[in-house]
Design a protein around this ligand. Structure first.
Ligand SMILES: Cc1ncc(COP(=O)(O)O)c(C=O)c1O
Length: 353
């Protein structure tokens, strides 16, 4: 057995969902399970958390359809809404809540009246999806006249996870003012805002990454936030080689030994979803002891420094999980845990614990 595997921990998902519910207080928790449950498995994540939350959030209709086909009856919010009349009709049939984020969707809805629950998305400063507050008010009026009144107002924070966050307060005020004018519930908070801004919880929160055991902040770890590791990625040592001072390792000879080193070859690469841009120095752990990646990541292998460690061929190397924090790996790679989780390929074995 090659031994490259991802372990998904259901108890941790449950713990993290309960933690979100505890923080949310009276607000509904809609667990974001889009993008294959942040790489954990769409159904697995949904089924594991459904007793602890009020609803689920996906990005696209097909994800919601899969959940319904597997008997999940909880309310489901489709964050990108519908793309055409056919999807609109399917959303109604599947009893989904759809986000209306653009004027073309308002027109499509008016041209194809459909009994679907609409959350109107307000652009409060993210400037990605969403209607400007005035557009949202007039769209709501037109939809109401056509018998398709929105049931909620939604917005998304651009900077709630940032150390110096000068945007969220303004965004919250804008989104809240639209919700109040329309006398509708508001949903604005992602994980960062749920953890950090109780005043932004409003009537519904939409946490994602915190459910998957990762911290949205670079100043607080997941463990410090009361979150448990739900995704552990590991592989095995398949060779250990001595290199002399001055010898380089791997493609492009990007790392050169300054003194004699023992180099472990680990059976994981970008073909498994380990990030190719992980630089020398990225942490890994051998038998529970932290060491570093050296040289370039290949498709099927990485090379690590095992000098002075008790390490043998066949030993386990943790890429992230219990000893190596996924957020540290993400930082070393200049990315976020979201991407690391999502980009694991089909090749590693999956173990559900
Ligand atoms: C619309 C929307 N709501 C909520 C979330 C959850 O965000 P996070 O994973 O940062 O908690 C996302 C994720 O990107 C999102 O796109």
């Amino acid at each position: 057995m090659r031994g490259t595997r991802v372990e998904i921990r259901l108890a941790a998902l449950r713990n993290n969902a309960l933690r979100a519910a505890e923080l949310a207080g009276d607000a509904q928790v809609f667990a974001m399970v889009k993008a294959n449950g942040y790489g954990h498995g769409l159904l697995l994540a949904a089924e594991t958390m459904l007793d602890s939350v009020s609803g689920l959030g996906v990005a696209v209709l097909d994800e919601a359809r899969t959940l319904r086909e597997h008997g999940i009856a909880l309310p489901i919010l489709v964050a990108e809404g519908f793309f055409d009349a056919e999807e609109l009709e399917a959303a109604a049939r599947l009893s989904l809540e759809v986000v209306v984020h653009s004027l073309w969707q308002v027109e499509l809805l008016l041209a194809n009246p459909c009994p679907v629950r609409i959350w109107l998305k307000v652009n409060a400063g993210m400037n990605r999806l969403g209607l400007r507050p005035n557009e949202a008010l007039s769209a709501a009026a037109r939809l109401s006249q056509a018998g398709n009144a929105p049931v909620g107002v939604m917005s998304h924070f651009a900077c709630a996870d940032m150390d110096e966050d000068i945007h969220s307060e303004k965004q919250l005020l804008l989104a809240r003012s639209v919700a109040e004018q329309l006398q509708l519930p508001l949903s604005a908070s992602n994980s960062a805002a749920l953890l950090r801004y109780p005043r932004a919880h409003a009537q519904r929160v939409r946490p994602g990454i915190m459910l998957y055991g990762s911290s949205p902040f670079n100043w607080q770890t997941a463990a410090e936030l009361g979150l448990q590791v739900s995704h552990r990625f590991s592989a095995r040592l398949i060779a250990i080689n001595a290199v002399e001072a001055g010898e380089s390792v791997g493609y492009g000879a990007t790392w050169t030994a300054s003194d004699p080193r023992q180099i472990g070859v680990v059976a994981v690469g970008y073909g498994d979803g380990y990030p190719r841009h992980a630089p020398s120095g990225t942490p890994v752990a051998v038998n529970g002891v932290v060491t570093t990646l050296v040289g370039r990541v290949s498709m099927d292998m990485i090379t690590i420094d095992v000098t002075g460690l008790s390490a043998s061929v066949g030993d386990e190397v943790e890429l992230w999980g219990d000893v190596v924090d996924v957020d540290d790996v993400a930082r070393a790679c200049g990315t976020i845990s979201y991407e690391l989780f999502c980009q694991i390929t089909q090749r590693p074995e999956r173990t559900i614990v």
